[in-house]
Design a protein. Structure first.
Length: 126
């Protein structure tokens, strides 16, 4: 599996674009939280948001969401440790039986998590 912590997108006439999922994503975090809440209606869930040392107001946004919804937990790194460390922290602090990993860039839609959530809510084979 390729490391997706850094992606370079080159388009004709445009400079390279550097992205770090989950880093400086304050604009997306609030939308992501709302989209996940909508997609997970009818399911019990926990949302763990990881601030990977962002210099934007990502932490303030996460703190606001945590205060407003007891299903949301936040983790904040003192500096940027990278995508894989952020994923590992999310896994370490998640308490559910099924964990669905998503980046903060909203490239994958939260509704895409519903099949995994439905599968987790069904009893397994005996």
């Amino acid at each position: 599996m390729a490391d997706t912590s850094t992606e370079i997108a080159r388009r004709p006439g445009r400079p390279g674009q550097h992205r770090r999922p989950g880093f400086n994503e304050s604009e997306n975090i609030e939308a992501l939280g709302g989209s996940i809440a909508e997609a997970m209606k009818g399911f019990r869930y926990e949302l763990v948001l990881v601030d990977d040392g962002s210099d934007a107001d990502t932490l303030a946004t996460i703190e606001r969401l945590v205060a407003a919804d007891d299903r949301i937990r936040g983790i904040s790194f003192a500096r940027n440790f990278g995508h894989q460390c952020a994923l590992a922290a999310g896994l370490r602090y998640a308490s559910g039986q099924v964990v669905i990993m998503m980046d903060g860039d909203m490239r994958r839609r939260p509704c895409d998590a519903q099949p995994a959530a439905r599968g987790a809510s069904r009893p397994g084979p005996s």
